[in-house]
Design a protein around this ligand. Structure first.
Ligand SMILES: [Zn+2]
Ligand SMILES: [Zn+2]
Length: 261
């Protein structure tokens, strides 16, 4: 049965739990049924690390992009360089993660918007989807997506924690919504309602490891194998079987990132 961890940072997970090797971390995940991993870039300096991992394993892909909390000025981001990296290998299937995070850093909102917009332009120019990080920046995020959807922009709002209204607006724009271990947290009932309401053909699951370990591992350093826990919660909230959930989210992943069967 297929199941994809659509967002993990394999270059920064804690390997001490698995004998110090990424081979072992991935093997443990595969043994639990995980058949694919998207290793997400957070800035251009970090790109070579994620590409090296993606090129080493047939079931790992990667992205190229700059996180909203990366400490760079908008004019320091070289769009041509990003484009070159994003086109440097078939294993690079997305631009990101990029977006807006006013929760952790509202002071840099203007700079964040400029960096985000530059990456949306690159994504449109090269025809790759974007992985969007958005926190407490609903209107600004949607406004920028709306501006580029007519130019062919597609993508996913990853680690979704915002309102049902925002999820519905993003789905109307053709975007996917990815849920993480946050849906398992005790106080996350409003978010669980979002899971129930988002159409099944727009849902992805992720760990965002090493961050945000799901219940019952909350507080530990997250591992890609625990996407199984996230998937089980989504399946239960949707009232469908685990296998059906794995099948559907894997098809969504392949369709969004244009991967062959
Ligand atoms: Zn993120
Ligand atoms: Zn991330």
């Amino acid at each position: 049965m297929p199941l994809v961890d659509s967002h993990c940072h394999l270059d920064r997970i804690d390997l001490s739990e698995v004998g110090g090797s990424l081979d072992e971390a991935l093997k443990e995940a595969r043994e639990k049924g995980v058949t694919g991993f998207l290793c997400v870039d957070i800035d251009l300096d970090n790109f070579q690390d994620v590409l090296t991992i993606a090129e080493k394993y047939p079931d790992v892909w990667c992205s190229a992009g700059v996180h909203p909390l990366a400490k760079i000025a908008a004019d320091q981001l070289d769009s041509d360089e990003l484009k070159r990296l994003a086109l440097s290998s078939d294993k690079v299937i997305a631009v990101g993660e990029c977006g807006l995070d006013y929760y952790y850093d509202a002071d840099t909102a203007d700079n964040q918007r400029q960096i985000f917009e530059k990456q949306l332009k690159v994504a449109c120019e090269i025809g790759k989807p974007v992985i969007v990080h958005t926190r407490e920046a609903r209107e600004d995020t949607l406004a920028l997506l709306r501006k580029y959807v007519p130019q062919g922009l597609t993508g996913v709002l990853h680690c979704f924690t915002e309102s049902l209204e925002m999820a519905e607006a993003a789905v109307d724009l053709g975007f996917y919504i990815s849920f993480s271990g946050i849906i398992t947290f005790r106080n996350a009932e409003p978010l669980r309602e979002v899971v129930r309401r988002v159409p099944m053909d727009k849902i992805l699951v992720e760990t965002d490891s090493p961050y945000l370990a799901p219940v019952p591992y909350r507080g530990k350093s997250n591992q890609p194998k625990w996407v199984v826990e996230v998937a089980q919660w989504v399946a239960d909230l949707k009232g469908i079987g685990f296998e059906q959930l794995g099948q559907a989210t894997t098809e969504n992943f392949r369709s969004l990132f244009k991967l062959p069967e």
